[in-house]
Design a protein around this ligand. Structure first.
Ligand SMILES: [Fe+2]
Length: 344
């Protein structure tokens, strides 16, 4: 009989690197030629930010940040192991990986037979030639695509990668849920979402480009509307609740990103906006989530929260409140990270 476990984690890329490089994105944003002069050095920063930067450019804080994140990853992994799913469906952003100039779908289900991918170079695990081989679940992916299309959700699907073996939202989810390197035995169904919208091609789904070509780039059309992704997540949960499978639904992403938050000069994330969303999620106020506008998402650099919009829709459809949630904030490590565990 079908059962659903709902989970949310971050896929923060610098977690796979070493502590002295964890503030790398901030260091890059400090090279913005348009950055106001007073923000170029810590003396002009908010006091909390200066404290987190400390006297070692954030290295000691990075160890604390890592320990908080890894603690939540372990907790999430324990919930996953307790549940023992037939597969893990992962909502994650495609940052100019398979969504490129030749096609930008609103979202796409990967119905592959299997996935093979490696950790980035110079990683924290000291792995130099390791390849992860994780099975897909084509039958379940096809069933989900079929039922979504029948329900009026025009989902794209794919049987093989277009440009990139597997996006970082999915690979990092596996690397971090297996942070202790005990192995990852569950098949995955990556469900990629065009979270970056206006910046998916123009900014290559990444940090702002400060060169003339990048600065002059015309924005793309927007991401799918938040309410539509909420409804997509709800429909996904309803369909899978009637399927023969035990499914873990996993949202993989940080929330507000400094490098997407223009009002903070790309230096720190919009933590107050994230906290408001976190409180709504914690109290199962899903109406607040569905009512959140695409404009608010962009203004607060919360493009990646759209993955969690699918998760919020799923929780709403399942009429389920989270059992455990966590919020890890930061000034210097680019993004707020949220965690959620909602067992059946
Ligand atoms: Fe991402």
């Amino acid at each position: 009989m079908a059962e659903i476990l709902a989970l949310g984690i971050s896929h923060y890329p610098p977690l796979s690197g070493k502590d002295d490089r964890m503030a790398g994105i901030l260091k890059r944003m400090l090279r913005n030629p348009d950055l106001p002069e007073h923000l170029r050095t810590p003396s002009g920063w908010p006091a909390e930010m200066r404290a987190e930067w400390g006297i070692d450019e954030g290295t000691a804080s990075a160890a604390r940040h890592r320990s908080a994140l890894v603690g939540w990853m372990e907790k999430t992994r324990a919930a996953l192991d307790d549940f023992n799913p037939d597969f893990v469906l992962i909502w994650g952003d495609d940052q100019y990986e398979n969504f490129r100039e030749d096609i930008i779908p609103p979202y796409c289900i990967s119905a592959y037979e299997k996935f093979a991918f490696s950790p980035p170079v110079d990683n924290v695990w000291g792995e130099t030639d390791k390849t992860y081989e994780v099975p897909g679940h084509r039958a379940a992916a096809k069933l989900l695509a079929t039922r979504l299309l029948e329900a009026g959700f025009d989902t794209a699907y794919a049987y093989k990668p277009l440009h990139h073996e597997l996006g970082h939202a999915f690979t990092n989810a596996v690397f971090y849920l297996d942070y202790a390197r005990r192995g990852f035995p569950y098949p995955i169904v990556p469900f990629a979402v065009n979270c970056y919208g206006r910046k998916v091609v123009s900014q290559r789904g990444g940090v702002p480009r400060f060169d003339t070509a990048g600065a002059a780039a015309e924005l793309d059309p927007p991401a799918p509307a938040p309410w539509r992704l909420f409804d997509l997540g709800a429909a996904t949960a309803r369909i899978l609740a009637e399927s023969p499978y035990r499914v873990a639904l996993l949202a993989s992403s940080g929330w507000s990103h400094a490098f997407l938050t223009g009002k903070n000069h790309f230096l720190w994330p919009d933590t107050p906006a994230d906290r408001a969303m976190y409180e709504a999620l914690r109290s199962a106020n899903y109406k607040a989530w569905r009512g959140y506008s695409g404009q608010s998402v962009e203004d607060s650099g919360q493009q990646e929260i759209l993955n969690w919009m699918c998760l919020a829709g799923a929780l709403s459809a399942l009429d389920r409140a989270p059992k455990e949630t966590g919020f890890v904030d930061t000034w210097i490590f680019n993004s707020s990270k949220a965690f959620l565990i909602a067992p059946p």
